[in-house]
Design a binder for this molecule. Sequence first.
Ligand SMILES: [Zn+2]
Length: 63
Amino acid sequence: MDDATRELDELSGTLDAVEAAMARLDDGTYGRCEECGEPLKELLAGAPAAVHCGRCAQTSTDT
Ligand SMILES: [Zn+2]
């Protein structure tokens, strides 16, 4: 995979994450950790598609 292809692949993954975030915005779960339900400070720190708080992200194995 060359650099341009890899970059497109990453962008595509980011788009998927943003679309998932928008779906959560619709159902009212946006901005809360999927694991523990804590409000996500990460959203304010430049990670608009974050789904786990810092603590759960550290223990999560699915990233
Ligand atoms: Zn959490």
